[in-house]
Design a protein. Structure first.
Length: 268
């Protein structure tokens, strides 16, 4: 039986040997459904930088109280994913070219250390889960689900951080991944996702071999590939929050997500 995610989070030295435990921990970190839905919309580029996050519209879209929406927006703001301005409310953060460069510099510093640690402590089960994540990413690409592919690509990097076992580094990367998605939304050339499935597969091979130097080199090359696809010009587009999240809710309802909605109402 798997240990509770809270135990895994509090004990970075716990052996990484339980199948599926990385994804369970990652989803536990995400927290409330409203927060998760907004964050996923940013990761999947359905919410563009600069879009105003209206409490009223979001509360209507999710059918929850404005208090619950406000809690989610406060959390997103604390992570640098959204910004709050006096008399203007909250909006998805917009990063300047200089800020975008800073995000990539931070990711390089953090992820080279993360992948080095991961190569030293990864178990077979960890590597199997990383490969399963890549398979999901590949399936999304093959069926043309661009948004899911982007989200799974970012999630792959967060899973490596959990393998590394350094909680502060994992938490820091947890804020950088959505910020990177926002940078890509603004500045990427073309429509092909920046993260290469081939790069991800090579990273897992190096981690599985315990080759920390190779893993660091591959991660550096991977981040360079992402950076090379950016052109620092572009503009954001507006999004209709009610339409956006109402469509999501309709899809969930058709897939049997009634229980989740009841759970949200109970917490509002």
């Amino acid at each position: 039986m798997s240990k509770p995610a809270s135990k895994l989070l509090s004990d970075p030295a716990l052996p990484a040997s339980e199948p599926g435990r990385l994804r369970a921990v990652l989803h536990e970190q995400r927290g409330e459904r409203v927060y998760t839905a907004i964050l996923d919309a940013i990761l999947e580029r359905r919410l563009q930088p600069g879009v105003r996050l209206s409490e009223e519209a979001l509360a209507e879209a999710f059918n929850v109280s404005r208090t619950l929406v406000r809690q989610a927006l406060i959390r997103l703001t604390a992570e640098g994913i959204a910004v709050a301005e006096r008399h203007r409310g909250c909006q998805v953060a917009t990063l300047s070219p200089e800020e975008a460069e800073d995000v990539f510099a931070a990711r390089r510093m953090v992820e080279l250390e993360i992948v080095r640690l991961a190569a030293r402590r990864a178990s077979r089960a960890d590597c199997d889960e990383l490969l399963a994540s890549i398979a999901e990413e590949k399936n999304a690409a093959q069926r043309g689900d661009h948004g899911t592919e982007i989200r799974l690509s970012g999630e792959f990097h967060l899973l490596i951080a959990l393998v590394a076992g350094n909680k502060p580094l994992a938490q820091f990367l947890r804020t950088l991944v959505p910020q990177t998605a926002m940078v890509i939304s603004l500045y990427e050339r073309g429509s092909v996702p920046s993260c290469s499935i081939g790069d991800h597969t090579a990273l897992v091979s190096a981690i599985a071999e315990g080759n920390s130097k190779l893993a660091e080199r591959l991660m550096a090359q991977h981040l360079d590939h992402i950076r090379a696809r950016l052109s620092f010009s572009g503009a954001s587009t507006a999004s209709d929050l009610i339409s956006l999240f109402s469509r999501d809710a309709a899809r969930e309802s058709s897939g049997g997500a009634t229980a989740s909605k009841k759970e949200i109402s109970a917490t509002s």
